[in-house]
Design a binder for this molecule. Structure first.
Ligand SMILES: [Zn+2]
Ligand SMILES: [Zn+2]
Length: 295
């Protein structure tokens, strides 16, 4: 998977930080999280076509997480996408979603599939599972956990070498071996299992019990860190995270990589963030707009 960080500002955008927006380049279709203002333009800077969006996940309906949604929906409609686009959001935010989706006049050329959510299972196929957990914030907010399941994959080069195509592959997968042109072909000699892969999206939240459930054993966690520990009292009052606490969570929950974002405009120098986390959890990425994280 590949995560494109399109914006890293919290409530107030700055000269160097656009509001939230994150694009997950995913085998099962591109996922856009929380398009804040300016999201469309950030797609252009990142060199990604918005046409690659298959799913949009909104964590909550504070403006910095959704004011870019009308522009994105209208853009996708203008592009007359041939694939389906699904939009997921906390059900309690429905009035805001409805208002945003008719924020200005445009020609509705595609239908969006809506998924108002509560905590729990969001979607499951044989390839992946998506879960949602309640976060602690001043409006109903969901964090999301994406799990790519461990799966068998055929080694394409070996299949080509042996001229194996079509329905017999299904038979080989099911039965473990087949007879083909007089030879016995063994599935396990032509295949491998990919590892389970987990991505967790944790914006915005104060300290709460859902965080370990979201991030446990994750390959990448994107977490908000609006504040540094010196502003701990503000973080508590406004139900946001500090960099130090985020690093502690990552260390305690076997996270492989942590990326921080959603920085308060009060911090001009993000090196302060690096310093704040390096003692607790080394593998922390302090995000800048247009960073790309492969995992
Ligand atoms: Zn926010
Ligand atoms: Zn918020």
């Amino acid at each position: 998977m590949k995560l494109h960080i399109l914006g890293t500002a919290g409530q107030l955008p700055t000269r160097t930080r656009s509001q939230n927006a994150y694009f997950l380049d995913w085998l099962y279709g591109g996922v856009l999280f929380d398009p804040g203002e300016g999201a469309q333009r950030q797609f252009t800077f990142a060199g990604i076509s918005p046409g690659r969006i298959h799913k949009i996940f909104i964590s909550h309906f504070h403006g910095d997480h959704c004011l870019g949604l009308p522009g994105i929906m209208q853009r996708l409609s203008l592009m007359e996408l041939k694939h389906e686009v699904h939009i997921y959001f906390p059900e309690e935010g429905r009035p805001y979603f409805d208002a945003l989706s008719i924020a200005s006049k445009y020609t509705h050329r595609i239908n969006f599939h809506l998924h108002p959510l509560h905590e729990g299972a969001v979607e499951e196929t044989e390839d992946y599972r998506i879960e949602a957990y309640d976060l602690l914030h001043s409006t109903p907010t969901l964090g999301y956990r994406f799990i790519d399941k461990s799966r068998m994959h055929f080694r394409k080069e070996l299949l080509e070498e042996m001229h194996l195509y079509g329905p017999i592959l299904g038979e080989l997968e099911r039965n473990g071996k087949i007879k083909h042109q007089g030879k016995t072909i063994i599935r396990d000699e032509l295949s491998y299992y990919s590892n389970e892969k987990i991505f967790a999206y944790v914006l915005d939240t104060g300290i709460c019990d859902s965080i370990p459930k979201l991030i446990r054993n994750a390959d990448l966690v994107l977490m908000e860190a609006t504040y540094l520990g010196s502003e701990f009292a503000l973080a508590e009052e406004f139900m946001h995270m500090t960099a130090e606490k985020a690093a502690e969570y990552a260390k305690d929950n076997n996270v492989k990589k942590l990326a921080l974002t959603h920085f308060s405009e009060r911090y001009k120098d993000l090196n302060l963030y690096q310093k704040a986390v390096e003692k607790t959890y080394k593998n922390t990425h302090i995000s800048h707009d247009l960073d790309v994280i492969e995992f």
